[in-house]
Structure formats: structure tokens, C-alpha cells
Design a protein around this ligand. Structure first.
Ligand SMILES: C[S@@+](CC[C@H](N)C(=O)[O-])C[C@H]1O[C@@H](n2cnc3c(N)ncnc32)[C@H](O)[C@@H]1O
Length: 278
């Protein structure tokens, strides 16, 4: 897909007026579940300063803003194909900068080799076509400094759900994405791409489960509302993909809360992180 097509695709499917609030909610939920913003062993360097961090596909830049406030002596860069959600100049700390750039543009990430001490990438698994991942990962590793850290965080799409409605909605969404050649990479596949570079070691995978729906208290309610928002955002596509009327689709969404309680549904998020050694 060329830049123009890609940006139209993103605007068409991902935009709705509350998007900024929804992404902020998701950012806060993820920070709460993980009790922190990252798992890589980089805290001392971030505190000490002069440490360079890049967030690829940064969206609203919430993660960067939190990090830059916590570590004022380090420098933070966010890249996204769309600048639509970037904070305004007044709303961002001085140690953060944003750059509109398509990560799939060739030759690649617009920085020299070994520029960054920490390369971070969150919730991009539904973004790239299957054969783009090797290129993106090679670029990530290229711009990471020796001894630098790389970290991926996302929702785990492997394994499916016990609840029939959730399973139907998630598998339809994944089938739709696959029809566009977009396939969320499994953690095994990501590990394989990273290993193929022969430059990443100490790879760790951490997974956390979180309840969905009211049986999991406030966190469960918020997490479910995040899922429902995603399904609402994809409504116009999924109704035709699933051959349902809008009414039938809304009914499915309204039944999700009961299903989550009945099956005590959980969702899983992961962090995969390692170091560049050569
Ligand atoms: C689901 S959002 C995740 C945003 C952020 N990482 C977070 O966790 O809140 C995916 C982001 O990837 C961006 N994106 C999609 N394709 C991209 C590309 N080819 N190059 C750069 N950014 C891209 C989208 O514009 C969007 O902001």
C-alpha cells in the first residue's frame, strides 16, 4: 500500500470523534495493569539523562509525555504516519518531539544507525501487512544503540476467547484484517524476526491477564468498554463482513457484559523486550 492509501485507510477505519479520549483511556489502563510504562532494564539510564528514546506509531504521544515528565534529562521522539493526534506545542514538555513519518517508507526510520537507547512500540499489531514486519524489525534494530533496549507491547491475539460472542467478534475482526493482508504477529513470530537479526539477546516475554467486565471491578469495566469501543469503531465494516444488520450487531455488543461475567472472560497483554548486543 502506498502512503496516501495507507493514511486514508487509517483515517477511514480508525477515526471517530472520541478517539483521543479512547486512546488515553487505553494508555491509562495499560499503565495500571502493568504498574509502570515499560519492562526494559533502562530506568537508571533514563534517570541519569542524555538517554534517547523513540516511540514508533506513537498516536497521541501519551506514553512519551508521561515518560518525558518522569525523566526530564532524557530525550523522547514520537513518530506516526498521522500527525492528527499529536499534542500541540504548548501541551508537550521540551524534551519531546514529534515527527510525521510512514514507518514503511524506504529506506526506513529516518535516523542514523545506533541513534536510540530505547526503541518502544505499542499496539501496532493490527497495523502492518504480514510481510512488512521483517523490514520494520530490521529498522528497529538498526537504529538501536549497542546495549540499547527494544520493547514491544500489545494485546495477545493468540488463544481466542471462551465466550461465543467475544470469540465471534474477535475472529471476524481478525479475518477482516487478514482480508486486507494485515495479520497480528504472534509473540513467537516477533521473537523469530528479532532472533533473525542476530543482534538481540536477553529476550523476555511477560504476559498479564486482566478481567473483562464487571466481575473484574472497575478495571474490568473499563477494559470491556475499551473492547466495545473498538468493536463500535469497526461496526460499519463488521456488519457487512459478519452479514448482520446493525440492530443484530448492537444486540451482540449489548450481550457482551453478561457473557464476560458468565465465562469470567479475561484478556491478555504482553511485553516482549531485549537488548542489542552487537
Ligand atoms: C492503535 S494506535 C497505537 C498508538 C500508540 N502506540 C499507543 O499505544 O497508544 C496505532 C498507531 O499506528 C500509527 N500507524 C499506522 N501505520 C503507520 C505507519 N505506516 N507508520 C507510522 N505510524 C503508523 C497510527 O496512525 C496509530 O497512531
Amino acid at each position: 500500500m502506498h502512503f496516501e492509501k495507507r493514511i486514508n485507510y487509517i483515517e477511514e477505519y480508525k477515526y471517530h470523534e472520541k478517539e483521543f479520549d479512547d486512546i488515553s483511556l487505553q494508555h491509562n489502563i495499560l499503565s495500571y495493569i502493568w504498574q509502570g510504562d515499560y519492562s526494559s532494564r533502562i530506568q537508571e539510564r533514563l534517570i541519569k539523562g542524555n538517554t534517547k528514546v523513540i516511540d514508533l506509531g506513537c498516536g497521541t504521544g501519551q506514553w512519551l509525555i508521561d515518560m518525558s515528565l518522569k525523566y526530564p534529562l532524557s530525550t523522547f521522539i514520537g513518530i506516526d504516519i498521522s500527525s492528527r493526534l499529536f499534542p500541540s506545542q504548548e501541551d508537550k514538555p521540551n524534551n519531546v518531539a514529534f515527527l510525521q513519518y510512514d514507518l514503511l517508507e524506504h529506506p526506513g526510520i529516518p535516523f542514523p544507525n545506533e541513534t536510540f537507547d530505547f526503541v518502544y512500540l505499542r499496539c501496532l499489531s493490527m497495523t502492518f501487512e504480514e510481510n512488512d514486519w521483517a523490514h520494520v524489525i530490521n529498522e528497529i534494530v538498526r537504529v538501536t544503540d549497542i546495549n540499547g533496549c527494544v520493547e514491544f507491547m500489545d494485546f495477545l491475539c493468540e488463544g481466542g476467547f471462551k465466550g461465543p460472542i467475544m470469540e465471534k467478534l474477535c475472529s471476524s475482526l481478525i479475518s477482516f484484517l487478514e482480508s486486507k493482508n494485515i495479520k497480528p504477529p504472534s509473540t513467537t513470530k516477533l521473537t523469530e524476526y528479532l532472533n533473525q537479526t542476530n543482534q538481540i539477546s536477553n529476550l523476555h516475554l511477560e504476559v498479564k491477564s486482566s478481567p473483562l467486565g464487571s466481575w473484574g471491578g472497575k478495571l474490568g469495566e473499563l477494559m470491556l468498554s475499551d473492547y466495545i469501543t473498538t468493536f463500535q469503531r469497526f461496526k460499519s465494516i463488521l456488519v457487512s463482513f459478519m452479514k448482520l444488520s446493525e440492530k443484530e450487531y448492537d444486540k451482540l455488543l449489548s450481550e457482551l457484559e453478561n457473557e464476560c461475567v458468565k465465562y469470567q472472560l479475561c484478556c491478555y497483554t504482553y511485553r516482549l523486550y531485549g537488548n542489542k548486543t552487537v
